[in-house]
Write a protein that binds this ligand. Structure first.
Ligand code: ADP
Ligand code: MG
Length: 731
């Protein structure tokens, strides 16, 4: 560590912290006990609700049915009693507005008793419906500022939970958030509607195959893996860019970062592991079951993956996870960065979105099973997904767009902006058979003999993986790898559910219309294969098993007519097409005005984020970096003058000074360019996005390059920002 480092004190404080606090937090844990703690789950309902209400509640959860007001009254009282016993003083309708974050407004769990005192109470009506106003959230024109009313509506399928801190505990009730006329102002409402749409169409397929017996509903399942960086809090507070934008706006990649792969899957640093253990405890307590933890590729980068659940709950849990991650990090002197690209020149963070469809009886509809070529139902679901992604890949791309994810997609980082599907050898062989009109074999992986007597034979999968594919089949689910690490997963899953529902609708209609009344099994299989054959012929262009990073794929994808939407500005218009409007209307997921409002909101968000970053850069450049550079310049000049007075020649230093002065000039020009680019012309929001991308963002890239060049020259003791080296090596 540089002894003149202006952040040396912060570093020393953190090192001291590591040696004391982390060791003391280890505690004995009883997972079962923790898990049972702070969630009003089935077990609590069973214990606390009268039998008939419990039965109705279960029925409502499993089959997504409404709960009657009398039942809600009973449930509210039981929930309130439980929450108060656990120390809660307040409750909140917890929702997910279009900011992509979560929102809460706390109300005390008390009400006047009419005799000058108060009683603890949560009315059934307060459980079911809230009116938080919340008029400052983005509505994309769905309501004017003066139209303040907004409602929250209880989602009984997602369990209530208690968030607690040192001296508070709040009962959180998951809700949907809509406007006065019922239009969705949040991420949950359309997601729930898309699950209903998927349910309706998937059930038609099960009926065709006669596998619907005992099945009440089909839903999608979701497991999302979250990547994040941990950096030391003290250093974070010395970086205004991290504080306001979540990423470094200046900074040079250090000589050694991830090249040796020595962090990836490495032994987890002690302080980090202690943090992870507390984080997992906390998440278990909130009902979020965590499965996996490991070091990721870049130094300071990690991953956490919960177990998969039904999509609605998994989306709520993902929001809880991001919140908890940030909250717990502080206790260990860390800040968790969820941004997609906190550090230039190193891996960014994403969120792998593992998606499948399952019956309420627990059958995974994307499980190919052993003799896949005889499993016509699986092939039908598979082909429907292939068709959906081919027809609406642009919507998936739009769903994962945003200023921060632009740093990954289309920016030479995993995965590319072209949406394609990886199927692997076995399924590719299978769809080739379908295309030819009959299926007769399932490729097997066989086993691997490792050569040493003590090592077991390994069962080999029937196909390898492909890390570069944005939408990959991984055994019994699809993995959308392009979701941003800051993103709410609700929106991309709303899109996947909707496009697959639409495709299942098409497939079911095709098959039903050709089947006639009371078909034999043989007739059905014949019809199914014919329908699937024509789907494969038409949509196989979306399947690509090769290297998605190669230039050759960009060219090939263009030949195949697959869109390559590199930035948010390119991607958002897909949501405005008549095809998109018709699709969302048809499946009752979003009305045209609801869809248009989203385009407006996403565009606004993009423009605002790019503008904030630009303003923040100008501020850092003018008030931190330029003064450091001028001090350095003066020191150089003074050295030259005094050395020459003393009779020493300073030609080399003089050259350096002249070069340095040029660099400072270039830096000043770049600041001025960003300032003038910040005057965004009045035009439509989508046009402003293009402007921000092409003019404003480009100007900031030049400014960054000039600033980074200065950092490489200026005396470290003068440089006002903690370096990448410090930020990334302190664990
Ligand atoms: P991989 O190594 O391919 O990523 P894992 O088995 O480690 O596969 O699973 C990764 C993620 O996928 C986990 O979060 C897991 O919960 C989730 N997952 C597993 N099965 C399903 C499924 N049927 N539906 C949705 N997500 C799933
Ligand atoms: Mg994975």
């Amino acid at each position: 560590m540089n002894p003149h480092d202006p952040h040396g004190e912060a570093v020393a404080a953190s090192l001291k912290w590591q040696s004391t606090s982390a060791g003391n937090t280890a505690q004995k844990r009883n997972i079962d006990e923790i898990y049972a703690c702070d969630v009003f789950d089935e077990r609590k309902m069973h214990e606390r609700l009268p039998k008939h209400v419990y039965k109705n509640m279960l029925e409502a959860i499993q089959n997504r049915k409404r709960i009657s007001m009398p039942d809600a009254e009973v449930i509210a009282t039981a929930m309130k009693d439980w929450a108060i016993e656990r120390g809660a003083t307040h409750y909140t309708h917890w929702f997910q507005p279009m900011t992509g974050l979560t929102a809460e407004k706390h109300d005390a769990l008390i009400t006047p008793d009419g005799q000058g005192s108060v009683v603890y109470r949560l009315a059934g009506s307060s459980l079911v419906q809230g009116e938080p106003d919340a008029s400052s959230f983005p509505s994309g024109g769905l309501r004017a500022t003066f139209e303040a009313r907004g409602y929250t509506a209880w989602d009984p399928t997602s369990p209530a939970f208690i968030v607690r801190g040192t001296n508070y505990a709040t009962l959180c009730i998951p809700t949907a958030f809509v406007s006065w006329n019922g239009e969705a102002l949040d991420k949950k409402t359309p997601l729930l509607r898309s699950i209903d749409a998927l349910d309706k169409q998937a059930m038609r397929i099960l009926r065709i195959f006669g596998t619907d017996t005992g099945v009440n509903s089909v839903g999608s399942t979701l497991g999302s893996e979250q990547e994040y960086f941990l950096i030391d809090q003290n250093l974070y507070f010395a970086r205004p860019d991290l504080m306001s934008c979540g990423r470094t706006l200046f900074g040079n990649t250090p000589p050694k970062h991830q090249q040796l792969d020595d962090h990836y899957f490495g032994s987890i640093p002690t302080r980090v592991n202690a943090f992870m253990a507390t984080l997992e405890d906390e998440l278990f307590r909130l009902g979020v079951p965590v499965q996996t933890r490991h070091n990721e590729v870049a130094p300071g980068q990690y991953e956490i993956a919960p177990l998969f659940e039904s999509t609605n709950i998994a989306c709520d849990h993902q929001a809880i996870l991001m919140d908890t991650l940030k909250r717990v990090a502080g206790r260990y002197g860390f800040v968790a960065l969820l941004h997609e690209k906190p550090f230039a020149g190193m891996n960014g963070s994403g969120k792998h979105n593992n998606w499948s469809m399952s019956t309420d009886t627990g059958v995974n509809l994307l499980d190919p099973q052993d003799e896949t070529h005889t499993n016509n139902q699986f092939m039908t679901f598979l082909c429907a997904v292939i068709r959906a992604v081919h027809l609406h890949g642009d919507l998936i791309r739009a769903a994962i767009s945003g200023a921060s994810n632009d740093h990954r997609l289309g920016a030479n980082e995993a995965p590319p902006a072209i949406i394609s599907i990886f199927l692997g050898d076995m399924l590719t062989d299978l769809i080739e058979q379908i295309e030819k009109g009959s299926t007769s074999r399932t490729l097997k992986g066989g086993s691997l003999d490792l050569g040493a007597r003590s090592l077991p034979d390994l069962k080999r999968d029937s196909g390898d993986r492909n890390r570069t594919s944005p939408f990959a089949f991984t055994g019994n689910k699809f993995e959308l790898r392009a979701v941003g690490s800051t993103a709410s997963v609700a929106w991309p899953n709303t899109i996947i559910n909707t496009i697959v529902a639409d495709s299942l609708d098409f497939v079911a209609t095709e098959i039903e219309s050709k089947l006639g009344k009371n078909p034999t099994d043989a007739k059905r299989d014949q019809v199914v294969l014919k329908v699937l054959q024509s789907i494969i012929k038409e949509h196989k262009a979306i399947v690509f098993n090769g290297d998605n990073y190669a230039q050759a794929w960009q060219d090939e994808a263009a030949r195949r007519g697959l869109p390559n939407l590199r930035s948010t500005a390119d991607a958002l218009p897909a949501l405005e097409t008549s095809t998109a409007k018709k699709l969302f209307r048809k499946h009752k997921v979003l009305s045209t005005s609801e869809l248009e409002s989203r385009v407006e909101i996403f565009a606004e968000k993009y423009i605002t984020e790019v503008s904030i970053e630009a303003q923040q850069m100008v501020s850092i450049a003018r008030t931190l970096l330029l003064p450091a550079a001028t001090k350095h310049q003066r020191a150089l000049a003074e050295t030259i003058v005094s050395s020459e007075q003393a009779g020493a020649s300073c030609e080399g230093l003089r050259d350096s000074l002249i070069k340095f002065v040029d660099m400072v000039h270039a830096f000043q020009d770049a600041i001025a360019s960003v300032e003038s680019a910040l005057e965004i012309p009045e035009q439509s929001a989508l046009k402003q996005c293009v402007y921000c991308r092409e003019t404003l963002f480009s100007a900031t890239e030049v400014l960054r390059a000039c600033g980074d060049a200065l950092e490489r020259e200026v005396d470290q003791a003068l440089w006002p920002l903690p370096s990448y080296h410090d930020l990334l090596s302190l664990r």
